[in-house]
Design a protein around this ligand. Structure first.
Ligand code: NOJ
Length: 708
């Protein structure tokens, strides 16, 4: 059904609805909180949506909704964030941040497509993904959910996963609604304190935080979720300028908006900007929130407000029209339950996609020649808290971390930890694999550093897997200290004192401060949260069966006190130096090595034909992939502009001795800045175009161009 037809049908239906039925459509009920009985009651009142309910429980609610006077189908939402992870049988993909290391939109599209198919097979319609907040302040607990620090990369990868979720036709059986969140500026709260105020101006919003949302709206993203927090003191929930004027009038968004968890009630209870729930309900709806997640008092509050004349029915009508239009567009009135694909949840084909994503995300950050492990290595010691911990490997948003689940669940096979991946390859390669945990992520009485050192002493090479765990990740789990927790640094010092080749592997939700490990290791691999086959992909990279090609979508701070550190900062007087720390990050945005070597040459820019091109040669001995990054620097501008800004990228695969020429189409947007009047303008003058395999100055070829 076209959008036009869907709107027509929706408005006809709206004409038949009572006030109570309309307001009920705006309600989204949290199944895990209210339980079955109350959920059924809400379904009989005609609630528009439920979240966090699967399988037969969802079917029962749908049947109840279909038996109401108008039989309006319910729409079911779920947090399928990196795979349909709340279902214990589902395919678990790398986290968004991890998959972003691939810089490969196709990997994200496939991740979206597979996830959608599994969610649809469970009879559900809608995932609260992707996250388009930026991971600039890495103390924030939800950096793992982002695509990293760059607006352009986040927009491209976000649009790709949205296309994967939604496909060409929302009504088909294997696609679901995407939900871009959290609109807007949530990741930038002061001090990275989850959901606190974000102190940015509208100009900054337009320069940094809005572009990824603009990109996914352009890609047809059907729903948007309101952020919890506030910008410059005004909660997003009641910020009509951002939630309505900019989103709908400027970006052209025409789907529906859902609040985040309890946003409406929080206006009274947490943010203290409304005295009564009636005031909160009316303002949230007026600002442009169509569906209200979990604040169930909204229902009676809005009815009271309508009865007393505090609210006009037109505000409810608009919201319900947006919701019903999507329900028609999805074909829910003809077929309320998606069929999905029989037996596809966790199937072999889907697992292969998760493995592809894990492989593409492995990022090699340092290598003095230790890797790949050569034939002289007969015994490998794999040590560390995250070497054999599937919960830590998965990270947030799987059945382990869901509020309704328990982290004591027995994990579902198949999955492969690093220890298991090494063991499997070790058998094939006749390499003995020894294992000791050594210490936990947090101090634990069972820590046994001596045993780990003993094991390491017997090996020719040490693989040290460090990182964080679920208790240190997620909402309200912001960290003031990003150094490795527990006794992980201490164990590293003891292992490195053995003077054996040592490779540190970071299995974590985000960049942690691993300066001692980076300095003292022969090799460093960043694997973040690689999903069910994360361990296998790392093991393949260690043995050279996989040539790493990931690049960082986020900078690594040297120290917590250096945060935030991101590549596209504005120039300052003193180069951003601290007197006790270099201004550079430990590892920079865009960085990522390979077992082969690449050489870039012949950067040319044709301002008439609007293209840039650069040649890349594989000068080493292995076939390999890498990511060519194109940056722009506005040499003189009326307002400070970032020292460099990513404008294009391309992941390429090249055989040894071969050269490829990569071309990028340039557009006005590539040269535009946001001026003090909040307009996107291109100012005449000199620009530099920079091309390379990382954002570091020393890795970039530069050419100057003029715009007159
Ligand atoms: C709160 C989180 O902020 C949001 O990302 C999530 O989708 C909702 N809860 C629903 O679980």
């Amino acid at each position: 059904m076209t959008r036009q037809e869907a709107m027509q049908k929706a408005s006809e239906l709206l004409g038949k609805m009572t006030t109570e039925e309309k307001v009920a459509q705006m309600i989204q009920v949290p199944y895990t909180i209210v339980g079955r009985e109350e959920a059924l009651h809400w379904a009989s009142l005609g609630a528009g949506s439920f979240l966090h309910v699967l399988g037969d429980n969802a079917r029962e609610l749908q049947q109840t909704a279909l038996k109401t006077r108008l039989g309006i189908p319910v729409i079911f939402g779920i947090d399928a964030i990196h795979g349909h992870g709340l279902n214990p049988h589902a395919t678990i993909f790398p986290s968004q941040l991890t998959a972003a290391c691939s810089w490969e939109p196709e990997i994200l599209r496939e991740m979206g497509e597979v996830t959608a198919r599994e969610v649809a097979t469970d009879g559900l319609h809608w995932t609260f993904s992707p996250v388009l907040c930026l991971g600039r302040d890495t103390r924030w607990g939800r950096v793992d959910e982002t695509f990293g620090e760059d607006p352009m990369l986040a927009g491209e990868l976000g649009a790709a996963i949205v296309k994967g979720y939604q496909g060409e036709n929302l009504a088909d059986d294997e696609h679901i609604l995407a939900c871009a969140k959290h609109y807007l500026g949530y990741g930038e709260a002061v001090g990275a304190r989850d959901a606190c105020d974000t102190e940015v101006t509208e100009r900054k919003i337009r320069e940094v935080f809005l572009p990824p949302f603009a990109k996914v709206v352009e890609a047809g993203c059907a729903t948007i979720m309101t952020a919890y927090g506030s910008i410059d003191g005004l909660p997003l929930t009641i910020n009509r300028r951002i939630m309505h004027d900019i989103l709908r009038d400027e970006l052209g968004f025409n789907g529906f908006v859902v609040t985040d968890w309890d946003n409406a009630r929080s206006l009274v209870t947490r943010q203290h900007v409304k005295e009564t729930i009636e005031d909160a309900a009316v303002s949230a709806a007026l600002a442009g929130n169509d569906m209200i997640m979990t604040s169930l008092e909204f229902y009676s509050a809005m009815l009271n407000a309508l009865a007393s004349g505090q609210a006009d029915i037109s505000v409810v009508d608009k919201a319900v029209l947006h919701i019903l239009t999507i329900k028609y567009e999805m074909g829910l009135f003809d077929q309320p339950e998606k069929k999905g694909r029989k037996d596809c949840i966790g199937c072999r084909e889907h697992q292969d996609a998760a493995l592809r994503a894990a492989r593409a995300s492995i990022t090699l950050l340092k290598n003095d020649g230790m890797l790949p492990l050569g034939p002289s290595v007969k015994t490998v010691a794999v040590i560390g808290p995250n070497a054999d911990d599937i919960q830590a490997q998965y990270g947030d948003w799987t059945y382990f971390s869901h509020p309704n689940a328990s982290k004591h669940l027995t994990p579902e096979r198949p999955y492969v930890t690093l220890r298991e991946g090494l063991a499997a390859l070790g058998i094939k390669k006749n390499v003995r694999i020894l294992y000791a945990k050594g210490c936990a992520q947090l101090n634990d009485p069972s820590d046994d550093l001596d045993a780990a050192v003993e094991i390491a002493r017997q090996a020719d090479a040490i693989i040290y897997a460090v990182g964080d765990m679920i208790d240190q990740i997620g909402e309200s789990k912001d960290r003031a200290n990003l150094a490795l927790s527990g006794r992980q640094d201490e164990l590293f010092h003891r292992l490195s004192a053995l003077s054996k080749p040592i490779c540190t592997v970071l299995i974590a939700s985000k960049p942690l401060c691993i300066e001692p490990e980076a300095a003292g290791s022969n090799a460093v691999i960043c694997a973040f949260n690689g999903g069910m086959f994360g361990g296998q992909a790392i093991a393949e990279a260690l043995f050279g069966d996989l040539n790493p090609a990931g690049h960082l979508p986020i900078s690594f701070p040297r120290h917590s006190g250096q945060v935030p550190v991101y590549y596209n900062y504005l120039p300052g007087w003193h180069n951003g130096k601290y007197c006790d720390l270099p201004e550079t990050p430990l590892f920079a945005f865009g960085e990522g090595l390979s077992y082969t070597s690449f050489r870039l040459s012949d950067l040319t820019v044709d301002m008439v034909g609007r293209t840039a091109s650069v040649a890349i040669e594989n000068t080493g001995n292995y076939a390999g992939s890498t990511v060519i990054q194109l940056y722009q620097r506005d040499v003189v501008s009326s307002i400070l502009t970032p020292v460099k800004r990513l404008i294009h990228f391309s992941r390429v695969t090249i055989e040894p001795g071969q050269t490829q020429t990569v071309r990028f189409e340039l557009s006005d947007a590539d040269f535009a800045l946001v001026n003090t009047r909040c307009e996107h303008v291109v100012e005449p003058g000199e620009f530099q175009i920079l091309a390379g395999l990382s954002s570091k100055d020393e890795d970039l070829l530069t050419i100057s161009v003029r715009i007159d």
